[in-house]
Write a protein that binds this ligand. Structure first.
Ligand code: ADP
Ligand code: MG
Length: 322
């Protein structure tokens, strides 16, 4: 299929149109209208076959995930998503792949009212880059550097599922089909927490999305805020499916602290917001779990239920030995 026909196919199947797109796909660049008294929030993320997803992943799931991981970045900023660009690199001009890819992409684009406004189509090893554009009222973006000593640390949803899904997908272990489906779904079709991010404006002092693993991502908040945290590993929220495949505490906590790809939000908030967060959790039907506290002393400290310090070790967290 010639390139211009592929682009036309992508345009027709992009899922959502918006009135603030003055000029979309078809010219040299898009022209977009940002609402008054708002700031533009911009991010981009690339998925490379064999690096960010197994090469045999369904094209529909790749399309979904390519947009989802970008929406997740806007969610972590408390931004309202509006527009996206898509740069696709394809080994061959397969209309079948593009149709399936766009089904996944468009489902999520419609749900979050995101218009595809441009991109690039090239030949090469399978990869896709999405650029995402959204807005926040002036000065209201959630950032990594606002945590304060004494703030509570929260995480949304459940964590560790995507890492368990990846292990199942790569290994030969046999588990109940429903458990496997639930975990692989978390890996392939993450749900970006856009509504949560918006609601956290004015509540959260700092936020980040969990893409590289909770320990690493919370570490970025701590570094940006020049603070430390104490996390109680027994408080980490686990799904029933994760509890089934990782009943051993140490194994499960390692997946939860070091596994990536969950795309939940990790955020900090002053203790006086606790009741508001309980109500928000009910309204969004999304668990918001307090997992620890911000402290002045730098560094991330993981403790077990009795308060004993754990340290990361090969194959899991171990009791601290000095
Ligand atoms: P140019 O050569 O001027 O960069 P292209 O031929 O690459 O233009 O693209 C033509 C139009 O199609 C542009 O508006 C571009 O943004 C859009 N486009 C190209 N590829 C994609 C894609 N994968 N997804 C969305 N829009 C695309
Ligand atoms: Mg081009």
């Amino acid at each position: 299929m010639p390139e211009f026909e592929l682009i036309e196919l992508i345009r027709r199947r992009s899922g959502h149109a918006r009135a603030d797109v003055r000029l979309g796909i078809g010219d040299d660049a898009a022209v977009l209208r940002v609402p008054r008294r708002h700031e533009l929030v911009v991010s981009t993320d690339t998925l490379v076959s064999g690096v960010h997803f197994p090469p045999d992943t369904a094209p529909e799931a790749v399309g979904w995930k390519a947009l989802a991981v970008n929406l997740s970045d806007l969610a972590a900023m408390g931004a309202t998503p509006a527009w996206a660009t898509l740069a696709l690199t394809l080994p061959d001009a397969s209309a079948g792949f593009v149709r399936a890819f766009m089904r996944g992409f468009a489902t999520l684009a419609r749900r979050h009212r995101v218009a595809l406004v441009g991109g690039d189509t090239t030949r090469g090893p399978l990869a896709c880059n999405v650029g995402i554009f959204g807005f926040v009222p002036e000065g209201r973006a959630l950032r990594r550097d606002g945590a304060k000593p004494g703030d509570d640390v929260y995480v949304s949803g459940t964590i560790g599922d995507a890492a368990a899904g990846l292990a199942l997908r790569q290994g030969r272990r046999r588990v109940a089909a429903s458990v496997r489906r639930a975990l692989v779904r978390r890996l392939e079709c993450p749900e970006p927490r856009v509504a949560l991010g918006l609601a956290l404006r004015g509540i959260a002092s700092a936020a980040i999305d969990v893409s590289d693993g909770l320990a690493a991502d919370l570490g970025h908040v701590l570094a940006a805020s020049a603070l430390g945290a104490r996390i109680e590993r027994a408080l980490l929220p686990a799904s029933p499916a994760l509890a089934r495949v990782a009943p051993d505490d140490t194994r499960r906590h390692t997946l939860q602290l070091e596994g990536g790809d969950d795309y939940e939000l990790c955020f900090t908030a002053a203790p006086r917001h606790a009741a508001r967060l309980v109500r928000l959790s009910h309204r969004l039907r999304l668990p918001l779990t307090r997992i620890g506290s911000i402290e002045s002393r730098r560094g991330l400290r993981i403790v077990d239920a009795s308060g004993r310090r754990m340290v990361p070790a090969r194959g899991g967290y171990e009791h601290f030995r000095s």
